[in-house]
Design a protein around this ligand. Sequence first.
Ligand SMILES: *Cc1c(COP(=O)(O)O)cnc(C)c1O
Length: 396
Amino acid sequence: MDENWGDRTKMVHAGVRRSQYGEVSEAIFLTQGFVYDSAEQAAARFEKAGPDEFIYARYGNPTTAMFEARIAALEGAEDAFATASGMAAVNGALSAMLKAGDHVVSARALFGSCRYILEEILTRYGVEVTFVDGTDLDAWRAAIRPDTRAVFLESVSNPTLEVVDLRAVAQLAHAAGALVVVDNVFTTPVYSKAIALGADVVIYSATKHIDGQGRALGGVILGTHEFIRKTVEPYLKHTGGAMSPFNAWIMLKGMETLDLRVRAQAATAQTIAEALGTDARLTRTIYPGLTSHAQHAIAMEQIGAGGTVVSFEIAGGQEAAFRFLNALRIVLISNNLGDAKSIITHPATTTHQRLSPETKEQLGIAPGLVRLSVGLEDAADLLADLRQALDKVAQD
Ligand SMILES: *Cc1c(COP(=O)(O)O)cnc(C)c1O
């Protein structure tokens, strides 16, 4: 690969390992193991495997390695480890780096399962976790201590789309010697500048935009070669969080069209947010691409676009929100995001159901809040669908 390649070229060509057959499309090496020419060769490989030498698919596989190399090239990371799901990546990165007695500072607005790992699992093993309002730099400053080992945040939070000032948080964390771990799903690899802004570890759920067609689970941890090979790989290869070669192939093919899809989805999301932002039947429209968004300037500088998700609050609470969802004809009620199909979810009763009423209120997850993941349909059709469903909320 040429370092000077543009992103689109990397998304199509980076990381390819061609077999002796010279196939154009990446091969799926659907094998758990690899044959050695001799007992001596097996012994040597277990002692130290070369870059083209594989042992067992839980440790690595040629198809999975292609995906890891491609996403690392795009993200500008030295190395990557692909995982079975986004949660395997979040858990893998944090569990691999932390030990009892360590302190973590985390943004409080998180995907439900990320919050569960920090709040319920890590604390059980003696890690202390402090939650802060991710948009409040003074809160980060007050919470980060000399024994803080890591900070964790979603660059854009789910579902209320709070944007964290990654550069500023990274400066505070690095001054205390802490690693910056970013769950970058909502920013997407297309818009990510996370490493340049100071992230040490970047995590994606590949299930979202990277597949982008709702087919397979996957995740990836990106970081320095040292961190991935010395910290992450030993943890994941022994605990079994590896991505399947078949899913890695889906993600490789997803990456070929990632830039086109995400930019088209973000453009439609911007159109929808602007149109809905003036609709009186909504009490709130949240989209980082709107000038009304509290962190609009940071989003533009650090991401460069509003992203593919729009959240909005419907007047009339949960009942109105349910009526709205049930009246939609094109937009599907489901809980994935980044898909080619537009998808809507009611966070308070699904993805964030587990949270207490107080926490929901603190995080702005109101009963009328819905999260729309904008797909690849025509913007006009989506808007018409959303508007006819809003009309139904008010009827009878
Ligand atoms: C979906 C998601 C995850 C989890 O990914 P899975 O692939 O479903 O395990 C983690 N973080 C964020 C922000 C997500 O949206």
